[in-house]
Ligand binder design. Sequence first.
Ligand code: SF4
Ligand code: SF4
Length: 134
Amino acid sequence: MFKKLFYKYILRRNYYRYGQCNRCGACCTKIYVNHKKDIIKTEEEFEKLKKLHPFYTYIEVIGKDDNGLVFKCNKFDAQKHICTIHKKRPAICRKYPDEIIFKMGASMSEDCGYYFVPIESFKEVLDREIKKRS
Ligand code: SF4
Ligand code: SF4
């Protein structure tokens, strides 16, 4: 019970994260860049972003799909399946995967070794909403 309250009201989380990284590399080799609530769709937009954070200088465009530009990170060693700057990797990589990606409309790779479980069940949320309105 304490864990649930801690996650929900102190950390303000909606999900527990379980699992571990299996080094599949998906999050380093198929990346969408979200800026100001929108996915970057053109190289011109991306060029402007490069000045904002060093992470953007690590990645390069490898394609484009219906969502927007697709990037891969040049710091990923595809043979050894490791991040070559692991100890100095950016905060965004340290935190990945974070539940915020769901709010951004993104999803995780099916190969990812992590998974998320809602802190509250659907019934608990429903009961709370009914209680609020009664
Ligand atoms: S910096 Fe490292 S962890 Fe972050 S995307 Fe690049 S290879 Fe992956
Ligand atoms: S997608 Fe998940 S399992 Fe794969 S490298 Fe990234 S964090 Fe690790």
